[in-house]
Write a protein that binds this ligand. Structure first.
Ligand SMILES: Cc1cc2nc3c(=O)[nH]c(=O)nc-3n(C[C@H](O)[C@H](O)[C@H](O)COP(=O)(O)OP(=O)(O)OC[C@H]3O[C@@H](n4cnc5c(N)ncnc54)[C@H](O)[C@@H]3O)c2cc1C
Length: 387
């Protein structure tokens, strides 16, 4: 019997594998796909805060992010510069290279990383976890569920489903060089979400990652956006079929059971405002690894000891998630005219100063609370409370 089996070789599974193997335990990670990091679904925007967990060499960066443009349904826009903040460097990660470097670290740490191995079933008993993967049966003392947005195991094991899920679709195409990230809002553009255009440079060619997160048919919303003449004019090639994917916006009702913990997207951990999940996947992986190491020291894998993981992520993220989820609820109830007003209000000097003072890429509570106290924005959001 091995010590820990990990299901899924994305950032959450790979960091868990490294940290647990570095502590001297026997770890086997099973990844469905043949190649770590492929196919890539993610845009890859991250802040240097992830260096808390992993090194980010320059060659892993496809571009810097120094400006965000919010584009209103009526066409108006507000720009916010990020380089003025002086606190956090933002960049677009090459997600495939990032995941591969995490896999190299896991292997160097002594973990076995097995690609092309799909886990089909997981059974948890008092004595062990049994995984059935591509014709093999693997027995482990504990298991980390890091399988991203497939939730069949969670449902079967009584962990439930993420409180909210939304659809996404994304393409990457050669395009005019452009500055900064653009985010487009509007009830017909992207209901309950937004469209993004993120410039990168890949093999010296300027490209755009264009994606949508929306209720309903995200690929259809993306197709409509890509057909806009102003968008088409910037593209140098016909976009191919988008990569479609679900995105969780709220954690599972329960993220542990006897001998097993759910981390990253598999636990439903992303920022409810933007859907960004790289930092949370690394953070929850590190908290899960800490809890499991304590469990191994104690020689116990019951629910009482593994509940420490849920307490730990709640301490770090609970308030953040609740406030950001509340804001998301308010924003999705705004009309297009109200979104126009909100984005116009964001251009004022006092809102820009407030954002510069309080915004952090991975921690949204402070800026949300400050914005609520700003009279125009506070009033607009308060109105949505009565719908
Ligand atoms: C369109 C889009 C854009 C995004 N952009 C950003 C962004 O700019 N910034 C950001 O921070 N976040 C972004 N995210 C979110 C981010 O990609 C995820 O939060 C992150 O990838 C979560 O990592 P993970 O390890 O939990 O899951 P994943 O990266 O999804 O890895 C899970 C792995 O498990 C494997 N797997 C699944 N089932 C099995 C099985 N049964 N057996 C074996 N292996 C299995 C999968 O093949 C996969 O490799 C974006 C998400 C989407 C959909």
């Amino acid at each position: 019997m091995i010590d820990v089996a990990i299901v899924g070789g994305g950032p959450a599974g790979l960091l868990s594998a490294s940290l647990i193997a570095e502590a001297g335990l026997e770890v086997l990670l099973l990844e469905d796909h043949d190649d770590i990091g492929a196919p890539t679904h993610c845009t890859g925007i991250a802040s240097l805060e992830i260096a808390e967990f992993v090194k980010i060499p320059d060659e892993m960066i496809l571009g810097g992010v120094t400006r965000a443009r919010l584009v209103a349904p009526g066409g108006g826009h507000t720009d916010t510069r990020w380089d003025g903040f002086g606190k956090e460097r933002l960049f677009v990660l090459d997600r495939a290279a990032f995941d591969r470097s995490l896999a190299e670290r896991a292997t160097r740490s002594g973990a076995s990383v097995l690609t092309g191995s799909r886990v089909d079933d997981i059974e948890v008993t008092r004595e062990r976890v049994t995984l059935h993967a591509s014709g093999r049966q693997i027995e482990a003392r504990a298991c980390v569920l890091a399988c991203g947005v497939s939730y069949a195991f969670q449902r079967r094991l009584g962990l439930g489903l993420p409180g909210q899920l939304i659809h996404t679709a994304q393409v990457e195409v050669d395009a005019d060089p452009s500055e900064g990230v653009e985010i487009y809002f509007g009830r017909s553009t992207a209901p309950d979400g937004f469209v993004w255009a993120v410039p990168i440079v890949r093999e010296r060619r300027p490209r755009l990652k264009l994606g949508v997160m929306a209720r309903g048919n995200a690929a259809e919303h993306l197709r409509a956006f890509l057909q806009r003449p102003d968008v088409r004019a910037r593209l140098h090639e016909e976009p191919g079929d988008p990569i479609r994917r679900l995105l969780p916006l709220k954690p599972l009702p329960r993220t542990y059971t006897e001998r097993l913990l759910a981390v990253g997207d598999a636990g439903g951990f992303t920022k409810p405002t933007t859907g960004g999940g790289i930092f949370y996947s690394l953070l929850t992986a590190s908290l899960a690894a800490e809890t499991l190491l304590e469990a191994f020291q104690a020689g116990r894998f019951d629910e009482a000891i593994l509940a420490g993981y849920e307490r730990a992520w709640n301490d770090r993220l609970g308030q953040e998630l609740r406030v950001a989820d509340w804001l998301r609820g308010r924003l999705t109830r705004l009309t297009d005219v109200e979104i126009d007003r909100l984005i116009a209000a964001a251009a004022s000097n006092d809102v820009q100063a407030l954002v510069q003072r309080t915004a952090r890429f991975n921690w949204h509570r402070d800026v949300i609370v400050a914005l609520l106290r700003q009279p125009t924005i506070g009033a607009l959001l308060a109105r949505s409370l009565f719908r």
